[in-house]
Design a binder for this molecule. Structure first.
Ligand SMILES: *Cc1c(COP(=O)(O)O)cnc(C)c1O
Length: 426
């Protein structure tokens, strides 16, 4: 049935490691053959065998207005016809920076880059350059892109620095990264008490979306804000995933906690490569050409990508956008939870804005360890039953899901109907 997908996957594996250009696409976690996508529209995409799926990954977040939105496509076409890249500044970049500064609390200046990885990597360099300190704190289960000092897992004790999670990362890099438990305020207090004056920054996903969806507790974010301020450390919110996804002003507005630097990506490119980091003007003033922290990019602020991003940022500001998006996402997760209950399957779900988590567990997890304890095998079977029914969920039990504004009642109802059948077969 998935003949062309299989043929393409076999061919792909000859010339591309594992057949994919980003590991999660390979279906290693759930097994089976990845679908090769040929086109997408609204809430749907189609694979190489022309099978249609309701899409719940939305390019892992960017497709918040739905795929191939006519306004976004048209903006890209107009920009492309004027030239693809100049290596000199454009008005579009000015407008985009102004828009981001207007929408994201505490951001007075922003620099555009091409990927979330670049944004977080540059934010860390800025924090280290501004504080003249080397050590950083991150939390287990948070993903911040694949820069060397972030591919690190916890060491053996509270104050031992981390070990690389990837081959090719020198221990000399990972030794500056301390990995703590998400939502654990006591640990954070203890660490700051002993070595607070050595910490350049704390980087966190204020609503975690890379260990499935896990919300920070208000106390957790408030504690890190207070400790960073008291010790002169920089607080970095990595909102590459949750920014413009959980609400128009991101997690900072939901929690009323302001970071010193905010990283953005995914939604702000509307499907093309735009990411950004920004913060107070005095901090951003450390960036070259003003200051000594170097960072650059040939395609940074690319005019075609900025056109897609700006158009997306305009659409999400239309009246009622987030109310509708949140209501549809809530309807989806409530419907899925009710269907599981009816079938007697241990399952729960959560949603913030247009982002959701599905857990084969009795209660919504609050940490990486709790998330890892959920029933991965059950998820994998559920994933394939849903895929067969034409619903494309994230191909891993440990990833969040994404709804677009084009996921209307009919789409959500069809998804819940498919899930009822799937749960009954588990
Ligand atoms: C996706 C993601 C990144 C990395 O972004 P890329 O564009 O894939 O490099 C960083 N941080 C978070 C929170 C993300 O979700």
């Amino acid at each position: 049935m998935t003949n062309k997908n299989e043929t393409l996957f076999n061919r792909a594996q000859k010339t591309t490691p594992g057949g994919v250009n980003s590991p999660v696409r390979a279906f290693r976690s759930v097994g089976g053959t990845p679908r090769f996508i040929t086109r997408a529209e609204g809430p749907y995409f189609w694979d190489a065998d022309d099978r249609r799926y309701i899409d719940y990954i939305g390019s892992w977040g960017p497709a918040i207005v739905g795929h191939a939105h006519p306004q976004v496509v048209s903006a890209v076409q107009v920009a492309a016809a004027r030239g693809l890249s100049f290596g000199a500044p454009t008005e579009g970049e000015v407008l985009m920076a102004e828009e981001i500064c207007k929408l994201v609390p505490g951001v007075e200046q922003v620099r555009l880059v091409s990927s979330g990885t670049e944004a977080t990597m540059s934010a860390l360099r800025l924090a280290r350059g501004a504080t003249k300190r080397d050590k950083i704190i991150k939390f287990e289960g948070c993903y911040h892109g694949h820069a060397d000092s972030l591919l690190v897992k916890a060491g053996s004790g509270l104050l031992t620095f981390g070990n690389p999670t990837s081959a090719g990362v020198p221990e000399d890099f990972s030794k500056h990264t301390l990995v703590l438990d998400y939502n654990n305020c006591e640990q954070l207090e203890e660490v700051f008490q002993s070595i607070g004056d050595q910490i350049a920054c704390v980087i966190v996903e204020p609503i975690a979306g890379n260990m499935n969806l896990i919300r920070a507790t208000p106390a957790f974010l408030e504690t890190m804000r207070r400790l960073c301020s008291a010790h002169g450390s920089v607080l970095i919110f990595d909102e590459v995933m949750c920014g413009f996804r959980v609400g128009l002003h991101g997690a900072q507005a939901l929690y009323q906690v302001q970071a010193d630097i905010v990283c953005m990506g995914k939604v702000i490119g509307g499907g093309l490569p735009v990411a950004a980091f920004g913060g107070r003007a005095d901090l951003m003033g450390h960036m070259a050409p003003l200051g000594g922290v170097y960072q650059a990019g040939t395609l940074s602020g690319n005019p075609v990508a900025v056109a897609a991003g700006m158009t997306t940022l305009k659409i999400i500001q239309e009246d009622g956008f987030y109310e509708t998006l949140s209501a549809q996402t809530r309807k989806l997760v409530d419907g899925l939870a009710a269907a599981a209950k009816e079938a007697g399957v241990t399952f729960c779900a959560d949603a913030v804005g247009g982002m959701f988590g599905l857990y084969f567990a009795a209660k919504v997890p609050t940490s990486y360890a709790e998330m890892m304890a959920s029933d991965k095998e059950k998820f994998n079977r559920f994933f394939h039953l849903m895929l067969d029914a034409g619903v494309y969920l994230a191909p891993s039990a440990f990833e969040a899901g994404f709804v677009s504004i084009q996921h209307d009642d009919a789409i959500v109802d069809a998804t819940i109907a498919a899930a009822m059948q799937a749960f009954a077969q588990l």
